[in-house]
Design a protein around this ligand. Structure first.
Ligand code: C5P
Length: 234
């Protein structure tokens, strides 16, 4: 029986947020941002262990108390210069731990998506557990899409039919993902599915919703705070 593992690459600087503190540590409902996704992943009974991949020189993680996650949480200081490199280094660290089998599933989730919910996570796992390739949470594009020229003028309007926005978690078998990521130029790709696609495979899109958005700009923090507070009140 295959096991499920989660891997959170959290070695980015989050420069678009304009803060000194890396994005994953910005305060959100009285916790560092990464706490919220960790809470959802650690509390999922199907997931055996959650690996967090930090930058080798990260000195912020140790300022917080993570004991609530007990030994289900494993921290590795092996992040790379690009997200894909951090994920690949993380997979290698998981392999070295001796606890992961090549057929086990890995759910890679961005630290910057704090509003991932338990039902979304269950939906992903349920829909993909018997899939031959794996896949990811995603939502169909709803806005009209414009391609810009270098003067910020519209060069063309792109048809949005069949276009989806990729989210995370992205769920693939350990060996397949490791093989895929070791073959790509890590600076050229922004998610794990692209590496799988480069092998000629077709990851499945699992319908998510806009709540699982990525915190990228300062105003996104207030929105994430509202979503998490509403969930707590319920
Ligand atoms: O910067 P962006 O929001 O696209 O980052 C997505 C995720 O990848 C974040 O969790 C970030 O910490 C992580 N990342 C990483 N190593 C990098 C760059 C980003 O783990 N070198």
């Amino acid at each position: 029986m295959s096991q499920f593992f989660a891997l959170i690459p959290a070695a980015g600087s989050g420069s678009r947020m304009g803060h000194q503190l890396p994005k994953q540590y910005l305060p959100l409902v009285e916790k560092p941002m990464i706490y919220h996704a960790l809470h959802t992943l650690v509390n999922c009974s199907k997931i055996t262990r959650v690996f967090v991949i930090l930058a080798p020189d990260d000195d912020v993680w140790v300022r917080y108390d993570w004991t609530t996650f007990k030994d289900k949480l494993v921290v590795e200081y092996c992040g790379g210069d690009a997200r894909a490199e951090s994920v690949l280094n993380g997979l290698n660290a998981m392999y070295s731990s001796g606890k992961v089998d090549g057929d086990d599933w890995v759910l890679v989730h961005d630290a910057a998506r704090p509003c991932l919910s338990a039902p979304q996570l269950d939906q992903l796992i349920n829909e993909l557990s018997y899939d031959g390739v794996g896949g990811l949470l995603a939502i169909p594009v709803s806005d009209t899409l414009k391609r810009a020229d270098s003067d910020h003028r519209i060069a063309s309007t792109e048809p949005r039919a069949h276009l989806w926005q990729a989210q995370t978690p992205q769920m693939f078998r350990f060996n397949l993902l490791k093989d895929a990521l070791s073959k790509v130029d890590s600076r050229q790709i922004t998610d794990d599915a692209s590496a799988i696609e480069a092998l000629g495979l077709k990851p499945r899109l699992v319908l998510s919703d806009a709540y699982n958005f990525k915190v990228t700009y300062p105003q996104d923090l207030a929105l994430a705070e509202l979503i998490l507070q509403k969930r707590e009140i319920k």
